[in-house]
Design a binder for this molecule. Structure first.
Ligand code: UD1
Ligand code: UDP
Length: 359
């Protein structure tokens, strides 16, 4: 069996790390194909170094661009590599343009596609990610659903049950594998001048939020009001897309501590010690839930609805007063929910399923 792992962005590197480690442990024949969608040191290489992942065998260096341009370049590059390498299965993870290109390139060559994190739905077709995940699911041969709920969504869309495997989400594996190391190796609060449990952590990067001036200003005003109302500093490791948009809109940010994107161990520690998380990130909603940290989501919908179901998360949207209200609500709740995303063995289950299917 030969496996091709196609990845290209920060969350894919992190969430594929348990699968890669399992392939290494078992000495399987696999290779990493990096599209180069993310390329800045702190969005890409830092994760390979810190998580001690093997180098990608191929890097397409596609970089940034419009959706069509970026996806088209990836499709051409991935097809070329797959033709030469002829893997039995191509694995993609999540909902990025890299996922869409990887899945499409493989299925058109008649190569089996395995979609990790299948069956998530926001039901908002204006999100580029929703289009990517729906299309990837519907051309996959193996759908690794993180929860029974996501499996139910796939079955509801007519996908046949024998293709769907409930594995848990590999983000739990990543948290379990790295949290203790983070505790030993980094002291991020000290470096940022905040007290353990005495700050809020914010991340905002979604296209629909930061590319829209009104939405982005609303969120930043909300963060400023939250700081005033509750008295906790707000730390915001800023994604390069958001940083670029701040400059384009000429926005002056008040009352928020903006820092560069962090490496995984530092971010994990900052997240686990935060009093509360405000985010529009998918992975951060999941991690906060796993870590027992209350979350306020700066969106009007979420494909991580399990976090809402267990009471770990609430939707606030982008209105400043609503953000303050939802933070107040979450601060008054007990953090005693169950983690709905599995037991930290998703990576093992995914690889085991591949071995059973492809020998
Ligand atoms: C992408 C994914 C999004 C995911 C996010 C994870 C799609 C459609 N979107 O969004 O689902 O949540 O990654 O972080 O695939 N940039 C840099 N350095 C980099 C990468 C990007 O400076 O290494 C800047 C560029 O200005 C670029 C912008 O960020 O134009 C957006 O990058 P892009 O990869 O297109 O989308 P993301 O917003 O990162
Ligand atoms: N993350 C990180 N450093 C940061 C911000 C996030 O390592 O400064 C990690 C975070 O722990 C999570 C992942 O990046 O595992 C989430 O990625 P992102 O928010 O970019 O994308 P999304 O999950 O929304 O697709």
């Amino acid at each position: 069996m030969k496996i091709s792992i196609v990845l290209g962005t920060r969350p894919e590197i992190i969430k594929f790390s348990p699968v890669i480690r399992e392939c290494e442990r078992l000495g399987l024949d696999y290779f990493i194909l990096h599209t180069g969608q993310h390329y800045s040191y702190n969005m890409d290489r830092v994760f390979f170094e810190q998580l001690e992942l093997p180098e990608a065998k191929f890097n397409l260096d596609v970089g940034s661009g419009s959706h069509g341009e970026q996806t088209g370049k990836m499709l051409i590059g991935i097809e070329d590599v797959l033709r030469r390498e002829v893997p039995d299965v191509v694995l993609v993870e999540g909902d990025t343009n890299t996922v869409l290109a990887g899945a499409l390139a493989a299925v058109k060559l008649g190569i089996a596609v395995g979609h990790v994190e299948a069956g998530l739905r926001s039901y908002d077709r204006e999100m580029p990610e929703e289009i990517n995940r729906v299309l990837a699911d519907h051309c996959s041969d193996l759908l690794f659903a993180p929860t029974e709920k996501s499996k139910g969504i796939l079955l509801g869309e007519g996908i046949s049950e024998e293709k769907v495997f409930v594995t848990g989400n590999t983000v739990v594996d990543a948290v379990c594998q790295n949290l203790e190391i983070a505790k030993r190796k980094v002291s991020v609060c000290e470096g940022l001048g905040v007290d353990d449990g005495g700050y809020f952590l914010a991340t905002v990067h979604r296209q629909e939020n930061v590319d829209n001036e009104g939405m982005f200003r609303g969120i930043l005003k909300g963060l400023e009001l939250v700081r005033e109302e509750f008295g906790f500093p707000v730390v915001y490791p800023i994604h390069p897309r958001a940083e670029k948009q701040l400059k384009i809109f000429n926005i002056e940010v008040n009352g928020v501590k903006i820092v560069e994107p962090l490496d995984y161990l530092s971010f994990l520690q900052l997240e686990s010690n935060a009093r509360l998380v405000l985010t529009d990130s998918g992975g951060v909603q999941e991690e906060a839930c796993i870590l027992g940290v209350p979350c306020v989501t700066l969106r009007y919908n979420t494909e991580r609805s399990e976090t809402l179901d267990v009471g770990a998360n609430v939707l606030a949207g982008t209105d400043p007063l609503e953000i303050v209200k939802k933070v107040g609500l979450m601060l008054n709740k007990k953090n005693c929910w169950e983690n709905p995303f599995g037991d930290g063995k998703a990576g093992e289950r995914i690889v085991q399923t591949l071995r059973e299917k492809f020998g």
